[in-house]
Design a protein around this ligand. Structure first.
Ligand SMILES: Cc1cc2nc3c(=O)[nH]c(=O)nc-3n(C[C@H](O)[C@H](O)[C@H](O)COP(=O)(O)OP(=O)(O)OC[C@H]3O[C@@H](n4cnc5c(N)ncnc54)[C@H](O)[C@@H]3O)c2cc1C
Length: 432
């Protein structure tokens, strides 16, 4: 790896959506930004269904045209299927907001992440792939730089990087601000033990890509469908992608999936499909595109979001749950908010923890509404269709949360009715 400068204004660790957004927006105003991504090659990842509110960050990044003409299918809504197989009416985003921003996309991450990274390069970011940040270097309590190593065995790009990087792996690449966008790896969160796992959401997922599954086309787009299993011990996502491929995954308690005597991922997946006839129908006659992947124990917040010279964004800051497909939206939004405070701080010569974390309280408040709706999903009584039939006026605020429009006063008003309703359902013995 041959870096162009000994010192940068900003170093971003991680080239997922949060990292590429932060880097692009800081570089866009002329600052010197270095982004280091561990993976030498893009790879398949979870996080394929977007929320419509991503539109506004895409607009800021200048990538809307690329997305519209790119390889991704349009997502126009979301639908829930109860444990008895009853389908809720679709939450159609375009009917909720007929503007262009009412639509979004289902994305293959091995194409989407490089698409955003390429945009960062266009904005002037110096990007290196196949380079792992080993550690953030501190002087007293201030982050001042990083030490790096090339990833071993990650292909040609990595070996080229290894050659040049290993002699310098003791060297510090310096910057005024270090952004931790390392996702679930959470480099700084691990160093300072900042991560607070959500004990109620100790989940795991088994997922893969299949060709030939049913896809319902509405308004020239497709929907993300979330289906509960009959026993209610897990739920499936069904996310149609391009080229007739559909991403299908099942999410359940980590202990239930991978406790003592657990089967292989294939056995777990098959057992849960057998418990979900509606998914069985969608899988009938499909062909698996590649092997199944497993993701475990992934819900947490961090007790601190920034310090002098450093800030966390995206999954490195926190992750709720996949149920409402909010992760990439939060990655983009936190990247944008962090970039704005970094730029302000660099301009004013203030890169204190207080300055770099200024955006967090409002972000935490908004994302908290999605967390609360996720808790409702798992509480065992939430029948989405039944709630909406009883409170039809809540279809709009509920859709607002489902599209990610959560950063405004009143975003959580739905819970004034939903909380007592869930209590009533519990008393009446209703299950989701
Ligand atoms: C089961 C499951 C299903 C999900 N489904 C959805 C969904 O449908 N929709 C949605 O929006 N979200 C979904 N998510 C969440 C989504 O995947 C994440 O929220 C999103 O990818 C976060 O983006 P990020 O940029 O913060 O992190 P990531 O996308 O994880 O990017 C982090 C990057 O950092 C790199 N990195 C790590 N360590 C280092 C290091 N030391 N040095 C350099 N680079 C490093 C990694 O290689 C990676 O590229 C799901 C999550 C799970 C667990």
């Amino acid at each position: 790896m041959k870096i162009s400068h000994a010192e940068y204004d900003c170093i971003v660790m991680g080239g997922g959506p949060s990292g590429s957004t932060t880097a692009a927006l800081v570089a866009d105003v002329g600052y010197r930004v270095l982004l280091l991504e561990r993976d030498a090659e893009p790879r398949r990842k979870v996080g394929e269904s977007l929320m419509p509110e991503t539109y506004w960050v895409f607009e800021r990044l200048g990538v809307l045209e690329g997305l519209k003409h790119g390889p991704f299918v349009q997502k126009v809504g979301v639908q829930f299927v109860s444990s008895s197989g009853k389908e809720s009416s679709p939450f159609l985003f375009t009917r909720h907001d007929p503007r262009e921003c009412g639509r979004t996309w289902h994305v293959e991450r091995e194409k989407f992440d490089p698409f955003l990274l390429d945009n960062a390069v266009k904005k002037g970011v110096e990007v290196h792939r196949g380079v792992r940040v080993l550690e953030v270097v501190f002087e007293v309590d201030r982050a001042v730089g990083v030490r790096v190593a090339a990833e071993v065995g990650a292909g040609e790009a990595a070996s080229a990087a290894a050659e040049a990087a290993s002699p310098s792996s003791r060297d510090v690449i310096r910057a005024k601000v270090i952004v931790d966008a390392t996702g679930q790896a959470g480099l700084l969160g691990a160093r300072f033990s900042l991560r607070k796992p959500n004990k109620d959401f100790r989940k795991a997922a088994v997922w893969g890509h299949f060709r030939g599954s049913r896809r319902d086309v509405i308004d020239n787009g497709v929907m993300t469908v979330c289906l509960r299993t009959q026993s209610n011990r897990s739920w499936f996502w069904h996310i149609p992608l391009s080229n007739d491929v559909v991403s299908i995954g099942v999410v359940g308690d980590a202990d239930y999936f991978f406790g003592p005597g657990a089967g292989t991922p294939e056995e777990i997946f098959a057992r849960e499909v057998a418990d979900c006839p509606a998914m069985g129908q969608r899988l009938a006659g499909t062909e698996k595109v590649a092997g199944l992947d497993v993701v475990k124990e992934y819900s947490y917040l961090t007790s601190r979001s920034s310090g002098d010279g450093w800030v966390l964004v995206g999954d490195s800051w926190g992750f709720i749950d996949p149920i409402y497909s909010s992760g990439v939206w939060f990655a983009l939004k936190s990247g944008q908010l962090a970039a704005d405070t970094i730029v302000e701080g660099l301009k004013n010569g203030d890169t204190s923890g207080e300055q770099l974390g200024k955006w967090v309280p409002e972000f935490a408040r908004g994302t908290g509404w999605v967390r609360k709706l996720a808790e409702a999903w798992y509480c065992g009584q939430f029948r989405v269709g039944k709630f909406i039939r009883e409170y039809p006026h809540h279809v709009r605020p509920m859709t607002d949360i489902l599209i990610g429009r959560i950063f405004h006063p009143g975003a959580g008003d739905i819970f004034n009715d939903l909380d007592p309703w869930l209590e009533r359902m519990k008393a009446e013995g209703v299950t989701s």
